[in-house]
Design a protein around this ligand. Structure first.
Ligand code: SF4
Length: 313
């Protein structure tokens, strides 16, 4: 594994906390003074998380045999009506963590045998997380994974260069209409399309260790939504045309379950059918997007949502 971090000690740890005063970390650019009130993501300046534990439900190259060291951060810059993690992303669940405690958590996950540190929805806390990574770097010897919804700003991603070994972004929508309707983010594709390009630039082609774990690279997830095959087809076409095929892995997800407020949209208030998923998979294969993972239709179940019970915090 390439060493991800460059800091040589606490003296070089940057103070990024001023970024919370006029926050423009994500494409919302809401300019919240998070010391006074939360931004659109629901977050103030303190790190909040809902779970830190070994996690076995990512792709095989992420979870491996021993599990990923998943830290589920609270809040989110997207507002997906079907979010499976809604109690933490758009609810109140979470515990405030000091930066020192977060560093301990990373090391505890490593001690438990985690194959990596899986930062789940961390964008809104990066000014706090990056200095923590700097501090624990001498003791942390597993890859850092940045697991996000794909709705990222280029400037913020550049802050991550040298810290992140593996990017795990979603690529959710092609059309602004659906991005607005289902996630409240009409500019989703404009930002996410640039973001995945930047992630691939930073990581280069996928690299696996001897156990098949991804230690460097970008794995793009696309979850097929019910009744939205055309949307998936357009996204896959864009990937095939614009991203070098051997530069990333694709994970085509069938696990959609109508959580949270999905019932407000009757057309997505159901599970995906095997036929719908199979048709999208055919498109991916026809386009040559065959490096990655497909899911068994039977994997659409709630086991993918762990209990947000503050374990490990
Ligand atoms: S991270 Fe949160 S506070 Fe910052 S710009 Fe995005 S939504 Fe606003």
């Amino acid at each position: 594994m390439r060493s991800p971090l460059t800091s040589s000690g606490a003296a070089s740890v940057p103070d990024l906390s001023e970024l919370y005063r006029d926050c423009t970390l994500c494409p919302r650019m809401c300019h919240a003074d998070r010391y006074v009130h939360p931004g659109i993501c629901g977050c103030g300046p303190e790190i909040r998380a809902a779970r830190a534990a070994l996690h076995f439900w990512e792709e095989p190259c992420i979870s491996g045999e021993s599990g990923s060291g998943a830290v589920f951060f609270s809040g989110c810059t997207l507002k997906c009506c079907y979010c499976q993690n809604y109690p933490i992303s758009q609810g109140e669940v979470g515990k405030v963590l000091s930066p020192d405690r977060l560093g301990e958590i990373f090391l505890e996950l490593q001690d438990k045998g985690a194959g990596n540190i899986d930062l789940i929805t961390a964008t809104q806390f990066l000014p706090s997380i990056l200095p923590v990574l700097d501090r624990v770097r001498p003791k942390l010897h597993i890859p850092i994974i940045y697991n996000c919804g794909g709705y990222e700003k280029m400037e913020t991603l550049r802050m991550l260069e040298g810290y992140v070994d593996v990017y795990l972004p979603d690529l959710k929508y092609f059309s602004s209409h659906r991005a607005k309707k289902y996630s409240g983010a009409p500019d989703y594709f404009r930002h996410a399309s640039k973001a995945v390009g930047e992630m691939i630039r930073q990581t280069g082609k996928p690299v696996f260790d001897k156990n098949g774990l991804l230690v460097r690279g970008t794995l793009i997830r696309h979850m097929v939504l019910p009744g939205q095959r055309e949307e998936s087809t357009r996204l896959l076409g864009w990937m095939a045309e614009n991203l070098p095929k051997d530069s990333f892995l694709l994970s085509l997800l069938s696990q959609y379950t109508p959580f949270f407020k999905a019932s407000e949209h009757p057309e997505i208030n159901r599970r995906l059918t095997s036929y719908e998923y199979g048709k999208v998979l055919e498109v991916a294969l026809e386009l040559g997007l065959d490096a990655g993972y497909m899911q068994e239709r039977s994997s659409a179940r709630e086991e993918y949502t762990p209990p947000f019970d503050l374990e490990g915090l």
